[in-house]
Design a protein around this ligand. Structure first.
Ligand code: FAD
Length: 335
């Protein structure tokens, strides 16, 4: 049994910053995340994109923000259960909670901070029977590190921003060959990106195939070819190193939705006094919560976490009064 003061479900930017604010109050934290790495959306979806609205960082790559948060919380030595999903929660007689993961790991804490973001991200997959066979063997649903595709032959499918952005990026001197395959002639992405794709197709930098769809995958062990059908044309067989079906990710709140919490529009309703939920001792911070005026932004989540730990402190130390102390005066005294 792992015991801690605040058990944080979700190791995205908001979950990580919660450790810092809790640490200032001498509260210990442990984090659980379904993903094998920390950073939430920042690490999983857009690690190489710059963020421009983190105070005092005119620009910071999302992956670097995760690294900086880890550096900031290091003095407080948080514990991690990564690659496991929190599936159930039960209350004990001594007014604590036990959270169990899908792998059976048990965690006990007086306070639960749900920082589960939009939930567990699952990619929308095209209905090709052999698709599973080539996952991680030539098929990626998310671009984590574009360097993986250097000098490779890549086919991208999709018509949204993600497909357009990565097609442009990879065709600009990264991949050896880039094809963009899209079901229709119109795109859902930004007009600038659509224009850029058209220009790059005219310049021969991207093989643009509209009214087209990948429908067959072949390869011995790794993916070797994709077959594309196009309206009123012969099928095309392309040799590939990678196929990236970028049809978007569907967030699913997952097990959290079954924990007796008040849910509205796929998010947990909270009281903005301390971001508490309808269950005493369970809080929700970051993208996972909702309240009037809610903005799903990292800096809003940081603020929520800062207020939330004040209430968590009172549950751990009902007889103590916490007085706000500036870090400039007290410094950061880890454990
Ligand atoms: C492309 C893109 C660009 C963005 N740009 C900006 C920007 O410029 N500025 C900005 O402020 N915001 C931006 N955002 C939004 C920002 O990323 C989110 O607001 C932020 O990630 C929310 O942080 P979080 O910690 O609340 O949740 P998340 O980052 O979503 O992390 C939640 C974590 O919880 C885990 N989890 C969920 N359920 C469970 C469970 N049951 N058990 C275990 N783990 C679980 C998930 O695996 C995930 O790792 C952007 C988002 C995207 C997709």
């Amino acid at each position: 049994m792992i015991e801690t003061d605040i058990l944080i479900i979700g190791a995205g930017p908001v979950g990580l910053f919660t450790v810092f604010e809790a640490g200032l109050l001498k509260l210990k934290c442990h984090l659980i995340d379904s993903l094998p790495q920390i950073g939430g959306q920042c690490s999983e979806i857009y690690p190489k994109k710059p963020i421009y609205d983190i105070p005092a960082y005119p620009s910071i790559l999302a992956g670097d923000l995760s690294d900086k948060l880890m550096e900031q919380i290091a003095p407080f030595k948080p514990g991690f259960t990564l690659g496991e999903t929190a599936v159930s929660i039960e209350e004990t007689e001594d007014n604590q909670f036990i959270v169990t993961t899908n792998k059976g790991t048990k965690h006990k804490a007086k306070n639960i901070a749900i920082a589960g973001g939009l939930g567990v991200f699952t990619p929308r997959k095209p209905p090709i029977p052999t698709i599973k066979q080539f996952e991680d063997k030539g098929i990626d649903y998310i671009v984590k590190d574009p360097e993986k595709f250097r000098d490779k032959k890549v086919v991208i499918s999709g018509g949204g921003d993600s497909a357009l952005d990565w097609a442009i990026f990879l065709a600009e001197g990264v991949a050896k060959e880039v094809s963009l395959v899209h079901r229709s002639k119109s795109f859902r992405g930004h007009l600038d990106s659509v224009q850029k794709i058209m220009d790059m197709a005219t310049e021969g930098k991207i093989d643009l195939m509209t009214d087209s769809e990948v429908f067959e995958l072949k390869g011995d062990s790794d993916l070797e070819t994709v077959t594309i059908k196009t309206k009123e044309a012969e099928n095309t067989i392309k040799k590939v190193d990678y196929w990236l079906p970028l049809f978007g990710l569907t967030p699913k709140l997952g097990p959290i939705a079954k924990w007796g919490l008040e849910i509205e529009k796929n998010a947990i309703k909270v009281d903005t006094f301390d971001y508490s939920t309808n269950r005493e001792g369970i809080y929700a911070v970051g993208d996972v919560n909702t309240y009037p005026g809610k903005l799903k932004l990292i800096l809003c989540g940081f603020h929520e976490a800062t207020l939330m730990v004040q209430s968590a402190f009172k549950r751990v130390h009902p007889d103590k009064n916490n007085v706000l102390k500036y870090t400039t005066v007290n410094g950061v005294n880890g454990f």
